[in-house]
Design a protein around this ligand. Sequence first.
Ligand code: GLN
Length: 484
Amino acid sequence: MYEGKSILQLHELLVSKKVTPLDLVKDAIELAKKDDNNAFEYIMENEAIKIASNLGEVDENNLLWGIPFVIKDNMSTKDVPTTASSNILKGYIPVFDATVVKKLKDAKAVPIGKTTLDELAMGGTGTSGHLGVTHNPWDKSKTRLVGGSSCGSAAATAAGIVPFALASDTGDSTRKPASFAGLVGLKPTWSRISRWGLFPFAPSLDTIGIFSRNVMDCAIVTSVLAGRDEKDATSSTEKVENYWKFVGKPCEKRNIAIVKEIVDTISDKEVVMAFNKTVSEFKNRGFKINEVSIPNEVLTSLFPTYFVISCAEATSNNANLDGIKFGPLSNGSTYEEVMCEARTKGFGELIKRRFVIGSFALMKENQNDLFLRAQRNRRRIVEIVNNILKDNDFIYLPAAPSIAPKINESSDRLSDEYLIADNHLVLGNFAGLPSITLPIGFKNDMPFGANLMGRAFDEVGLFQVAYELEQITGLANIYAKGGK
Ligand code: GLN
């Protein structure tokens, strides 16, 4: 009944007492139970009903009061199973809420479920979690991916079950699925939102992510989540704004850069045409568009650089998954035996491969040639990006080379198109910049998106220019109707 409604629409219904939080939660739970995309690890039925029943009187000044949402299952939730879609964490029930979960609960939003992901957030397909493939709600034939790693949060939001979802983004895990699922997907500035309780993948790149179906909703959630958290020493003390209050006000920053080489490498004409159309519209609205250049040899180094750094950090940060502290206990008479069995049984093939690569890159004799070399290259890339952002307020690009791929479709992973157009969103993680994906068009009834990236801590400007793009495309509040 309330499927597909935005935060603001639901807020109005709540304030005018046309619905209660309990109505919304029951409705969302029912939809979650009917979900046939494999979006959920765990539906928080009893927990959500209890919270919704005890919210008291409606608070009309609090836009999140009584609003249901879902949480990617790599975030700790007190007394609620949390697996990161990995067998190694089967049965793990955290004793605390991640700061982002706590903040939303304190704001009286109601979590209704934990969502599937690529195992431990390492992946971009939404196929590697222990519950198998997560499907794209827009594709009724169930042959297309929704993308990952935040697959379940993307699917639940795109199916209209909840108006927003918590996700995470280390390379593009919020912004790429957002493109495949017709969603708004935000990666904030690194350190803007506390990561306490988010399972680390590669902490120099990791951020919390947010999915919603319009820019305003995304800004509303960001306003609540942003800010210093004493529990996360890496969280920023930079001033937090009421971001949503700036949405819709004229955007003062008007210089937009487009990286020619990235657009040029995309072979899908429809994506490029739709993108170019939005560029013309930006011009019509008085924005200045500057074509800038990043050499191909730099762009083709993005993925290998990301892979070495992220695998190395992941290997080190996941060393605590040894079968003793969390998850099912394994057999063995020594620590090594227990750990070996737990990790052999508990991790999927792709995770093991990443840990092997990470360990290899960190070996003393390889460190200089691999890990440190990747870090030096990252520094070079960050300098290039920051240089572009000296004269430009934003960088604007197609978010992905095409619509969501078919489940078994494999791309040529050595082609420039793959290396560049499928991986350029990692620029935002390398440089720690805020970056947001929005839908800009459809092909074969499947959505595709574009991405805007801004200067560090300029979430205000980013939301404003994103809102402008939303006006240009008219693609706010779209969702895949009916589920089946
Ligand atoms: N797809 C990228 C990877 O495979 C990004 C993952 C992420 O952002 N969590 O690692």
